[in-house]
Design a protein around this ligand. Structure first.
Ligand SMILES: Cc1cc2nc3c(=O)[nH]c(=O)nc-3n(C[C@H](O)[C@H](O)[C@H](O)COP(=O)(O)OP(=O)(O)OC[C@H]3O[C@@H](n4cnc5c(N)ncnc54)[C@H](O)[C@@H]3O)c2cc1C
Length: 414
């Protein structure tokens, strides 16, 4: 029994912890279906650097189904019809999206804060959508075995929200899943990533690309006036890299991308280098009575393929399709929550398996072979020989297993 005095108490049908892609899209779709929903986001805004920015054809398809695609594509973004990488001396196409059976046959790079602002703007047209920024979920309310709401810390004091359903969409370090005691299966990852930004110059390559060389992997994302740079390192080696000093890291970047020579000093100290500890995990069970986890909170994805946002979006669509009708009538049953996990578990597991395969067959091999990269890994050699084969990773990454489709509010629950 919690005896803390609460300055504010709210009631809603569905309380979503976390205003990331999963939480905001679910909030939008539930509100569109007439369900009263409150999203709690711990930050004051969405302006955080280095988050998933790859909007895949599957997510663009969702925008299309919602009738929002033209407006969405008016936001600043870059379009990438192909994923390429330079491996040793060879230019390799990893995925060709131009043949996908989707409206958009490209991957769009859009800063995640623009994407989230867009979702909020759309969601606000529904009176049943509510968003509280600077509201950090810190506890769960329970009655017997059932979760009945959350406790949160806000800029205005303590908040207590009573809800028929709590959704944990609070990301890869989810507090909700931890408070609910949901068991995590950790699949492991051989790498971490360092994220940095360096300005773009007039003679630079014209679009995003990857570079794989002796023992090192670099990914460069074109952000208009700057490059978002990911430098992949063997797991747990960040301290060692720091001890070698910033000039050593700067030299490594220049060796992989020589055009950085005139501006690598923009990395003035280690606060310009952000560590992403790569995790690949999933929950054994995504729900408890009164509570469901989706997105990274249910399954943290490897950065391979940049699928994290897109799977989070797919989870939100599936959850809205399955739960809108029960939520309109009251509290969803445990079987409804189980149906969401059943629907999304296969795509998640298969994608994680493919990522773990690539981690072990390509990433681990590259990172553990300093001095030479030798021949291309077999899988990449096969991809180069057959443009037809390039359509397989394009489909897996761009559309994914069992793509979800937005239902019109009238059809939800039909
Ligand atoms: C550095 C980096 C680079 C990435 N690059 C890519 C990429 O290129 N492509 C890609 O697809 N994916 C990428 N990802 C992964 C991608 O960002 C995530 O998979 C995706 O954002 C998951 O969406 P989500 O809504 O489940 O969780 P998140 O985006 O993590 O959103 C969770 C939200 O919950 C909020 N929150 C957390 N705790 C609480 C709390 N207690 N109370 C209230 N709010 C809370 C957070 O502030 C956050 O806004 C990257 C991730 C990182 C960290």
């Amino acid at each position: 029994m919690d005896n803390t005095p609460h300055s504010e108490v709210l009631q809603t049908r569905c309380c979503i912890a976390g205003g990331g892609p999963a939480g905001l899209l679910l909030g939008f779709l539930l509100a569109r279906a007439g369900v009263d929903v409150l999203v709690l986001e711990k930050h004051a805004d969405f302006l955080r650097d280095f988050r998933g920015d790859t909007i895949h054809p599957s997510t663009l398809e969702v925008m299309h189904e919602l009738g929002l695609l033209p407006e969405f594509l008016r936001r600043p973004h870059q379009e990438l019809p192909r994923l390429t990488a330079r491996i040793g001396d060879e230019q390799v196409t990893i995925a060709d999206f131009s043949h996908l059976p989707t409206v958009c046959k490209f991957l769009a790079f859009m800063p995640q804060w623009d994407f989230l602002d867009f979702l909020v703007e759309q969601a606000r047209s529904y009176a049943t959508f509510h968003l509280r920024m600077q509201a950090e979920v810190t506890g769960l309310l329970r009655r017997d075995d059932r979760v009945t709401g959350v406790e949160a810390k806000t800029d205005r004091g303590a908040l207590r929200v009573e809800a028929e359903l709590v959704v944990g969409a609070d990301g890869r370090s989810s507090v909700v899943r931890q408070l609910a005691g949901l068991e995590i299966v950790d699949l492991g990852a051989p790498m971490d990533a360092l994220w940095m930004r360096l300005s773009r110059g007039p003679g630079d390559p014209s679009q995003s690309f990857g570079r794989i060389a002796s023992g090192q992997i670099l990914a460069l994302i074109d952000r208009g006036d700057y490059w978002q740079v990911a430098y992949v390192i063997p797991k747990g080696r960040f301290e060692e890299i720091r001890e070698r000093g910033l000039p050593a890291l700067q030299q490594a970047l220049v060796a992989l991308a020589p055009f950085f020579a005139d501006r690598v000093s923009e990395l003035a100290d280690w606060s310009d280098v952000k560590l992403l500890t790569v995790k690949v995990d999933h929950l054994k069970r995504w729900y408890r009575p009164g509570l469901l986890c989706i997105g990274d909170a249910a399954h943290a994805m490897s950065p391979i393929g940049g699928v994290g946002i897109n799977l989070a979006i797919q989870d939100a669509v599936a959850a809205a399709n399955i739960l809108s009708s029960p939520l309109r009538n009251g509290a969803p049953a445990e079987t409804d929550l189980a149906a969401v996990q059943r629907r999304r578990e296969l795509p998640t597991r298969l994608t994680q398996r493919a990522q773990v395969f690539m981690q072990n067959r390509v990433i681990r091999r590259v990172l553990s072979s300093p001095g030479q990269i030798g021949s291309l890994p077999l899988i990449l050699r096969l991809l180069q020989r057959s443009p037809l084969l390039q359509r397989i990773p394009a489909y897996l990454v761009g559309v994914g297993v069992r793509p979800e489709h937005v239902r019109s509010p009238a059809r939800i629950g039909a």
